[in-house]
Design a protein around this ligand. Sequence first.
Ligand SMILES: [Zn+2]
Length: 404
Amino acid sequence: MKRLSMILFLMFLGNLGFSKTIYLVKVKAANKFERTKVANLVHIDRIKKGYVTAVVNKAELKRLKKKFQGKLKVVDSYQTKNKKGHVHENEYEFPKKDVKFHTFDEVITSLRKLAKDHPKTVKTFNIGKSIENRDLLGVKITAGGFADEMKKPAMFLVGTHHAREHLSTEIPLLLSKYYADKIKNDSKFANFMKNRVIYILPLLNPDGALHDIKGRKYKMWRKNRRQNEGSQYVGVDLNRNYDFRWGQGGSSTNPSSDVYMGKAPFSEPETQGIKRFVENHKNIKTMISFHTYSELILYPWGGTYDPVPGQELKVFKKMAETMAKWNNYKPQQSSDLYVATGDTCDWAYGVHNIFCFTFELTPSSMFGGGFYPGAKAIDPTFEENKKPVNYLLKYTDDPYKVLK
Ligand SMILES: [Zn+2]
């Protein structure tokens, strides 16, 4: 197994199109408290019995070594090389085998087309621009008109905070088409949707996602594309940048880290866009932030080991456990993995009382392709997540009803 994992790791890195050294490391960590100490420095990739693994750059390795002397093992390192003449630097397209995934332009085109094809039930909305000035576009879906939109209980679906998690763009995008068509073809559902709105924003981090595929080679990019002042390192981790408990663990103050929290809460235009949109839509009662990978359904808190207050914990648990029956993901409190602060769902629930879940989509491990499971993963992942999302939509008017 060890050997196989090394071979897979090397094969995987061989597909990356940039030139630098990255390292696969193992760090001893027996429980969530010890894992949190690791998560304060780097993004934890896998949790195993007694240890975690992470893929890190040189600067991250240096900090890990300092802090975890004797507990750290570099399993492998790899010098990635640019093949001269084979990298088309300006080509923003997925590698050939994965062209089924949608690029930024294709996402925008699909959303606009959906609105055009369903003029009475689908409208586009814009929450602002990314740091490189790309539109952060979504669709709102309802039946019976938009005049009283704000009175209708709403579910908000957001994809791709993290650049390399491309499957987390595809699932909300497919859901937008699924719901628009379902209103058209299913009169019972259309009737139900007269008292619901669905907001779907499939791609919150377009700059990062495009950077990750640039030259048609994956780059394992996670953050946005902020040029950090006074640093050679680019990017802020958008899922550590929300202001609720910001900077209180499981995120880094160092721009070279993959979990860099940003220089201030809501420093990034992408998270500011979410903030404004949610503040202006008090009708939002439920929310899912899609990520990959691990096959988990996570609920607050992520920023502390404490549970949320009693009655609300019951609602979160009941919802997560019910949804997990359909997709076979593991339902759990987010901080059972490790503490992470500044994430979407702690903020959505902590500040706005929204029942917010983080879905870590397929696969369950690196052996299923990790962040790059291939185009074959798109349809089955969509199919297994339809029912969970439908369930959340059903109880969006009053989440406490799940306890009755
Ligand atoms: Zn993620």
